[in-house]
Design a protein around this ligand. Sequence first.
Ligand SMILES: [Zn+2]
Length: 183
Amino acid sequence: MGTSGNFSAVLSRDPLRLAITVSGIDKGLLSVDQIVEIDERGKVLAGSGKPSAESSLHIAIARARGAGAVLHTHSIWSTILSDNAPETGLAIEGYEMLKGLDGVQTHDHREWLPILDNTQDWAAAVPQVEAILAQQRDAHAFLIRRHGLYTWGRDLADAKRQVEILEFLFEVMGRKRGMTWQP
Ligand SMILES: [Zn+2]
């Protein structure tokens, strides 16, 4: 929606190089010149434009998870659920669609999505993100409160599949809760 979200893909692992969307653009109208190459510190090596304000998170995830692609999206359901979830995370369990997450073989799975508080200074938040990724080794994604989702995969197709799976599950949980919650 709008110019929200940002996408990246790993171009090389050593040294780490990412292709990442520049900030402030409509992702539905994305063109080649709106993607820049950055190094492991977020410095632009090729292309023009300002890389996403959240580049440091993409770099941290690519490093910690060995991901080939990182996708960050804003959606209504991830915003609502991260707002109403308890302090530290959101549990999703018992749904068939969980099998769309990398390595999950059965609906009998409990996915724990850590929730970070939002900030406008992501460079400063990197140590916290790295700590969460280290502690929650099985997590396929994390949420930023009242903001959106981060997930990743071996490649873009893998990461996109996880966005779709998680968004499906968020909507299911949000709608179900809406039926039972009292105002
Ligand atoms: Zn965002």
